[in-house]
Ligand binder design. Structure first.
Ligand SMILES: [Zn+2]
Length: 235
C-alpha cells in the first residue's frame, strides 16, 4: 500500500510530529521511518540485482541449497544502520519492521527478486522471548513484505524451541552456538512444494538461517531464498 497524504495524516503530523529513526530530524508528511537524506545515505547492498550470486548468497553455499539472497543494506555496529535495527528490535517499535518490510519489498520487486517465490517465512522467536519483547521483528518485516507483494505469510509452520534466559549481551544480533537445534518444523505440508523466502532482520554468520532452512527443507520439494534488512558480513 502506498502512503496517501490524507487530511488526517496532516493533522496527526501537526499534533504529533514524527521523527527520523536515524538522525532524529522531523519527518515530512510523505517521509516514513527515516528522512529522505538518511534514506539516501543508507549503504544499500544492491544484491537484489544479482540475487543468485552475491556475497550474501555465497555465505550459504555448501551449507544449504539456496536460490536467492539479498539484504537491503550493509550493517555496521555503532552506525546509522545499527541504530535503525536496534530501534526495530529493542525499541518497542514493531511498526518500523512492517514499514521497512514494505520499503525493501518495493525496491527488490523492481529487480524481479520475488519472481518464483511462493511464500514468506520469518525466523521465529522462542515464545517466551516474543512475550517479553511484545513482538517478533522478523514477523513484522515479513508482514510488510507480504502486504507489498501479496505473498502468503507462514507463521505456524516452524517453532523455535530453545530459550537460554537473559542473554541480551551475548545474542545481540545472532549467536552461532545453540542455534543449530533451535528450530522445529511443525507443518511440513505448509512448506512442501513451495519456494520459501526466509526473513531475518540481520544476517551475520548466517547460522540462524542455515538452521531454519535445514528444518524447512525437511518438507517435500522445497526451495529456499533469504532476505534481510541488514548484512553484517561485509569485511
Ligand atoms: Zn534522518
Amino acid at each position: 500500500m502506498k502512503p496517501t497524504i490524507s487530511l488526517l495524516a496532516r493533522l496527526i503530523d501537526t499534533l504529533a510530529p514524527r521523527s527520523c529513526t536515524i538522525c532524529g530530524s522531523r519527518l515530512t508528511v510523505t517521509e516514513e521511518v527515516m528522512c529522505a537524506c538518511c534514506n539516501q545515505c543508507l549503504p544499500r547492498t544492491g544484491y537484489s540485482k544479482s540475487a543468485f550470486d552475491n556475497r550474501l548468497s555465497r555465505l550459504f553455499w555448501g551449507r544449504i541449497p539456496i536460490e536467492k539472497g539479498a539484504a537491503l543494506f550493509f550493517y555496521k555496529a555503532h552506525s546509522d544502520t545499527s541504530r535503525l535495527l536496534y530501534q526495530l528490535k529493542y525499541g518497542g517499535h514493531p511498526e518500523l519492521g512492517e514499514r521497512l518490510g514494505q520499503i525493501v519489498a518495493a525496491e527488490f520487486a523492481q529487480d524481479g527478486f520475488f519472481d518464483g517465490i511462493t511464500a514468506v517465512l520469518p525466523v521465529p522467536l522462542a515464545r517466551q522471548r516474543e512475550r517479553e519483547r511484545g513482538y517478533n521483528q522478523s514477523v513484522e518485516i515479513a508482514r510488510g513484505v507480504c502486504e507489498e507483494t501479496g505473498l502468503p505469510l507462514l507463521l505456524n509452520a516452524l517453532e523455535r524451541i530453545t530459550f537460554h534466559g537473559s542473554q541480551t549481551q551475548k545474542d545481540r544480533w545472532e549467536r552461532n552456538e545453540n542455534v543449530d537445534k533451535a528450530f522445529h518444523l511443525l507443518d511440513a505440508s505448509a512448506v512442501s512444494n513451495q519456494h520459501i523466502l526466509l526473513i531475518d532482520d540481520v544476517i551475520t554468520s548466517g547460522a540462524t538461517l542455515v538452521a531454519v532452512a535445514k528444518e524447512v527443507l525437511k518438507g517435500n520439494n522445497v526451495k529456499v531464498s533469504v532476505l534481510s534488512l541488514g548484512f553484517a558480513n561485509n569485511g
